[in-house]
Design a protein around this ligand. Structure first.
Ligand SMILES: [Zn+2]
Length: 541
């Protein structure tokens, strides 16, 4: 343990992470994320750049009033401009006024950037670093120095890159963070440069971008080399290819390198935090993210699943529960009987590995041939299994339907543009011994079908009104067939508490929708424990 146990976690989701295209956090969003990062024990939370925009200035004004249990809030900014004093620099003033205990100051360490981008002398850049750090420290702020482009600078002009680190250390920077700003460094280069910087004798940190898909590897290499602070973002958000993903760095440190940077309980909340941040960022969670993605422990091949059942560790690198994730087994045409048995067990249905399991597998394979896919539609899969149980009684049965789509015929009001297209659906549904006909209109054929189906079922199952359609996706299979193609419809539904997904497939988009819709309602009724239809006083229609 010793020095290694002291690695500090530094999150920059709110600044560097927000640079990812498509992300725009409101002040409220940033406060929520900062609070959550504090709760799981992140040591430093960088809130933004108070000198660069009013939104970040407002964030710091409000964040100051928050009570953090673990985290220290950090403001970010750059060293003073060339040829002025630190006190004359508005950006440094804003950093001072942000009132944070810690400031991270970014400065140049690559000579090319000093002479060609800043257009100043190498000596003046060193003075800029030194003056700025002194200026902030004078009033008691702690300074971390981000040595921008350090690894590129080290490659071209070792001496100068190291002098910037030395200058920052002498001026009193508490930590000098070596940045792979362009994200192109390789792990062995990082190790060499970290070793050289270590000789300066100041605590070091690492800030790696992911342009070579090595941000996590480079961060771990730097820590192996002795840096004590690691910077990164939740889900690896960041400009271009992103930053080092803390959701991968943290478990690697804790579970694989024996570095106790976070408690066991907080590590087990990592998956939840990853999804929380993606929700706030309005980015669909990436199912294939290591450790925290929903597919990170999803097993598909039959051989793996049969191995897993014998020995949990045989086909996964960690126990998913350690990071708050869970193992899942996918069912598809690639599956073996083991997947079916496993999956059924998860659903609380004991299906032995014999005849029944093989029959279910055969049915899945034939359904997949017809365009169904159960990997993203667990609710339909559960129904498929349940329907094979000898005593299964569906809460309703579809008998038939008819959908009419008309343009103009019944809408002489041309001015009411939205209504000149009319869809109407008629459905026949059997509940118990009764067959009900209903009809409903909708803004499109699927909407009308949904309305008619509910109208019929609500008479028996009034609680069904809680079920809402959240997402409706259509995928065309075998596109070469043009309009004759097979289509697959995926529906996501919610009752406000949980979500579930169902699938339908057909050459007819309405029929595919009808199957997926019916599965969604049937699944929910089963979950509610509604097996035999309860008669509610029926209105005649
Ligand atoms: Zn960065």
């Amino acid at each position: 343990m010793g020095e290694k146990s002291k690695v500090q976690l530094y999150d920059t989701t709110l600044r560097d992470g927000a640079q990812r295209s498509g992300i725009s956090f409101s002040v409220e969003d940033k406060l929520k994320i900062a609070k959550r990062l504090d709760e799981i024990g992140i040591h430093f939370v960088e809130g933004g750049w108070p000198g660069s925009n009013p939104k970040d200035a407002e964030f710091f004004a409000r964040a100051r009033k928050l009570k953090f249990a673990n985290a220290t809030l950090v403001a970010f900014g750059s060293t003073r401009r060339a040829n002025i004093t630190a006190a004359e620099d508005d950006n440094l003033k804003a950093l001072k006024e942000s009132g944070t205990k810690v400031v991270t100051l970014v400065g140049k360490s690559w000579d090319l950037h000093v002479t060609e981008v800043l257009k100043t002398t190498l000596e003046e850049n060193l003075r800029m670093i030194s003056d700025s750090i002194h200026y902030l420290r004078r009033d008691g702020q702690t300074v971390f120095f981000d040595a921008e482009h350090f690894f590129d600078g080290y490659k071209r002009n070792k001496g100068y890159a190291l002098r910037t680190v030395e200058t920052a250390a002498k001026a009193g920077a508490e930590c000098v963070v070596l940045c792979d700003t362009n994200g192109g460094a390789l792990p062995h280069e990082v190790i060499t440069a970290v070793k050289a910087a270590k000789k300066v004798g100041v605590p070091l940190g690492i800030h790696a971008h992911n342009d070579g898909e090595l941000a996590v590897a480079n961060s771990l290499a730097a820590i192996q080399g002795g840096v004590i602070q690691v910077q990164g973002t939740i889900n690896g958000y960041g400009e271009r290819c992103g930053n080092a993903n803390l959701c991968s760095v943290i478990p690697a440190l804790k579970l694989k390198m024996g570095i106790d940077c976070i408690s066991d309980e907080n590590l087990a909340r990592l998956t939840e935090v990853s999804r929380f941040v993606s929700e706030i960022a309005n980015m669909p969670p990436d199912p294939h993210l290591p450790y925290v993605g929903s597919s990170a422990f999803a097993h598909k091949a039959g051989l793996h699943v049969s191995g897993l059942m014998k020995h949990e560790e045989s086909y996964q690198h960690i126990d998913p529960e350690l990071v708050g994730n869970r193992r899942s087994v996918l069912v598809s045409e690639l599956s073996g009987v083991s997947n079916i048995v496993y999956k059924a067990k998860e659903l609380g249905l004991g299906i032995p590995k014999g005849e029944r399991a093989r029959a279910i597998l055969k049915q899945i394979k034939s359904q997949e041939k017809q365009g169904f896919q159960y990997e993203g539609a667990e609710a339909s899969f559960e129904l498929l299994i349940r329907r094979t149980l000898p005593d299964y009684k569906p809460p309703f049965e579809l008998v038939d339907f008819m959908v009419v789509v008309e343009k103009h015929r019944r809408a002489p009001r041309i001015s009411a543009r939205k209504e000149d297209m009319l869809s109407e659906a008629m459905v026949k549904i059997k509940v118990g011994d009764e067959v009900i006909h209903t009809a409903a209109e909708g803004n499109g054929p699927v909407n009308a079908l949904d309305a008619a189906m509910r109208k019929a079922l609500l008479q028996f199952y009034p609680s069904l009104s809680a079920v809402k359609l959240m997402d409706y996706k259509v995928r065309i299979l075998e596109e070469s067939d043009g309009t004759r193609s097979m289509v697959r419809v995926l529906i996501e539904s919610s009752d406000g508490e949980q979500e579930w997904r169902t699938v339908g497939s057909s050459t007819n988009i309405i029929e595919a929708s009808w199957i997926a819709l019916a599965d969604s309602l049937e699944y929910w009724l089963l979950r509610q424990g509604v097996i035999a239809p309860k008669k509610v006083t029926r209105r005649s229609n």
